[in-house]
Structures are given as structure tokens and as C-alpha cells.
Design a binder for this molecule. Structure first.
Ligand SMILES: NC(=O)c1ccc[n+]([C@@H]2O[C@H](COP(=O)([O-])OP(=O)(O)OC[C@H]3O[C@@H](n4cnc5c(N)ncnc54)[C@H](O)[C@@H]3O)[C@@H](O)[C@H]2O)c1
Length: 315
């Protein structure tokens, strides 16, 4: 920014949705630090203004579009906001999100629609409008969508969120094919970090408390669980946004704390043939042994918390 050395994202313009706080703010600040001008988006005007101020105070360029992600109207306003404020758009990070956790029988239609609306529909409309802009203007754009371990493994009480986050990865697999010719990349980052979204999870309490106190997060969290601060996730986002990542598309990259992972896309783990097709009898004869050999686990298996990291009232 003030330094004479060229930064990787100098001259680029980014939109980061839901960037008033948490991970989105961390992505926005890192993109700005790497030279990009950033459009902050949030539903919270105060948080958005504070985010803009923090970037400008550090010598970066930022402006705010306060609007709820989910509609085409907001998606268009974000692209237009970038062009009006900074003359172009190169990078989109679709980070805005909410939770409405309940087990299946307690989950209302409203809980389901709200989460799908912000995460899945919000990602769809924002990416569609950004890609339209990239194609019309010959921009080799960078799209970074945000997934979750829940979308990869499933989590008790998160039907709506699992559907949205798995759906985002499904869209990315499709978009990587559709966008390749235009030179636009699209990937999913699966973050894990101490934010408002995770601070109430008892399992993470010792890590969140350390983070709040400005103390180092215990190595168990940073390495074994891949759980650290929001800043730990932003390097991957900034790299995927850069020229250096022009050959990375359609990938799902997990990051948190000291850990980085590449997720596989689903592939068959067993293939069998039955001449003439699979009657019920043929299935009954063959499937039990096949499943016994290849059964897939569901849910994420977390290691037991070491005793010294368990808080007294953690359930
Ligand atoms: N924190 C984690 O460990 C974790 C793990 C996996 C995935 N994620 C994902 O990362 C993203 C950010 O999560 P976070 O932990 O920083 O959460 P957060 O609640 O701290 O921040 C979310 C931000 O999005 C904003 N927002 C909510 N609805 C919006 C809308 N309709 N339009 C615009 N902004 C909106 C909120 O005001 C808030 O500023 C989410 O997509 C979340 O699902 C987080």
C-alpha cells in the first residue's frame, strides 16, 4: 500500500460478503493488506463502517455496501458498488452466513429457508452476477466460496446448514467447468476458527478463551483440530485471489490454526456388475458384503479433549 514494492493484489478490487466481523473481516483486511481495494458488505451498518475504517487506518482502500445477501438485487448492488467505488471487480468472496441449528423435527420451514437463503441462494446470485461482470469485461476473476466441515461430514442439528454448505461445493464443481474458458477460477475454502459462530461450542471453549485473553491457542486446537484465529484462514483466501493461483479451480481447501487440508470430491469406492441388471435378489446377495467392506462413516470424529483443556462446566 504505502510500500514501493508491488503487492500481489495491487490494482485489484474485491467484494467480501458478511465482512463486518469474524472471518469475513479477516479476509477483507488481508486482501487489503495484499493491495486490493475492498467492498465490505454486511447487514450491520456499524460493523461495516468500523471494518472500512480499520482498513483505511492501515493505509488500504475500502467502502461499504450494507445490504442482506440472498437476493439478486443485493448481488447486483455489490458488483455495481465495486465498479462505482473502485472502477472494477476482480475478486468475490461469498462469506456471509447465519445459523439456525435445530434437530430435524424441531427445524421449522423458516429455519430452513433462512439458512438456505443466505448461504446457498446468496452464493448462487452473487457468483452469477460477478461471473457475468467478469465475462462481459474479460476479467480473469477469482471466486472464493465458503464451505464448512458440516457440508463435508454432516453435523447433528444442522440439516439446513449441511444442505447449504454441501450445495455450495456442488455448485463449485459445476462452475469450475463452466468458468474455465473465461479464465475465472472458483474454489471453496472450508474454515475453522474462533468467531461468534463457534464461541458457544463447549468443545472449543479453552481455545476461544485463550484467543479472547490474547494468549496463544493450545497446540491441540491449532494442530489436531485445525482450530485457531480468523486470521489463520485469510492467507489461503488471499492466495486463491492472486495471479499465482490461476491454475487452481474446483478445489475444496480446508484451513484452520496450523492445519491445511485438501478435500476429495466424492468418487465410487466400489464398483460391481451384474449381467442383466440388479434385481432385488441380486442386491440382497451382494450388497451386505460390499457395504461391510466399504461402509462410509458419517459425521466428523473429533479427538477427545485432553483433560487440562476441559473446562469444569463443559458438557
Ligand atoms: N467460524 C467457523 O469456524 C466457521 C466454520 C465453517 C464455516 N464458517 C463459515 O464462515 C462464514 C463466516 O462465519 P463467521 O464464523 O465469521 O460468522 P460471524 O457470525 O462472526 O460473521 C458472519 C457475518 O455475516 C453477516 N451476515 C449475516 N447474514 C448476512 C446477510 N444476509 N448479508 C450480509 N451479511 C450477513 C453477519 O452480520 C456477520 O458480520 C460463514 O459462511 C460460516 O458459515 C465458519
Amino acid at each position: 500500500m504505502t510500500s514501493a514494492a508491488r503487492t500481489p493484489l495491487e490494482g485489484r478490487v474485491a467484494v467480501v460478503t458478511g465482512s463486518g466481523q469474524g472471518l469475513g473481516l479477516s479476509y477483507a483486511r488481508e486482501l487489503a493488506r495484499q493491495g486490493a481495494a475492498v467492498v465490505i458488505n454486511d447487514v450491520d451498518q456499524q460493523a461495516a463502517d468500523a471494518a472500512v475504517d480499520s482498513i483505511v487506518e492501515d493505509g488500504g482502500r475500502a467502502s461499504a455496501v450494507v445490504a442482506p445477501v440472498g437476493s439478486t438485487e443485493t448481488a447486483t448492488a455489490l458488483v455495481e458498488g465495486a465498479v462505482e467505488a473502485f472502477g472494477r471487480l476482480d475478486i468475490l468472496v461469498t462469506n456471509a452466513g447465519i445459523l439456525r441449528d435445530r434437530s430435524l423435527l424441531k427445524m421449522t420451514d423458516e429455519d430452513f429457508d433462512a439458512v438456505i437463503g443466505v448461504h446457498l441462494r446468496g452464493t448462487f446470485v452473487c457468483v452469477r452476477e460477478a461471473f457475468r461482470h467478469f465475462k462481459e469485461n474479460g476479467v480473469a476473476g477469482r471466486i472464493i466460496t465458503i464451505g464448512s466441515p458440516t457440508g463435508q461430514y454432516g453435523t447433528f442439528g444442522q440439516t439446513n446448514y449441511a444442505a447449504a454448505k454441501a450445495g455450495i461445493v456442488g455448485m463449485v464443481r459445476t462452475w469450475a467447468q463452466e468458468m474455465a474458458r473465461a479464465g475465472v477460477t472458483v474454489n471453496t475454502v472450508v474454515p475453522v476458527a474462533a468467531t461468534a459462530m463457534t464461541e458457544t461450542v463447549p468443545y472449543f471453549r479453552a481455545a476461544v478463551e485463550a484467543e479472547r485473553a490474547g494468549e496463544p491457542v493450545p497446540a491441540f486446537f491449532r494442530r489436531d483440530l485445525g482450530f485457531g484465529s480468523a486470521a489463520d484462514v485469510s492467507g489461503v483466501v488471499a492466495h486463491l485471489a492472486s495471479d499465482e493461483a490461476s491454475d487452481i479451480s474446483g478445489q475444496v481447501i480446508g484451513v484452520g490454526g496450523d492445519r491445511l487440508q485438501i478435500f476429495s470430491h466424492p468418487q465410487p469406492v466400489a464398483t460391481e456388475y451384474e449381467d442383466g441388471g440388479w434385481t432385488r435378489e441380486a442386491v440382497a446377495r451382494r450388497l451386505p458384503a460390499l457395504i461391510a467392506e466399504h461402509r462410509q462413516p458419517v459425521g466428523e470424529t473429533l479427538p477427545p479433549l485432553p483433560e487440562e483443556l476441559q473446562s469444569q462446566d463443559a458438557s
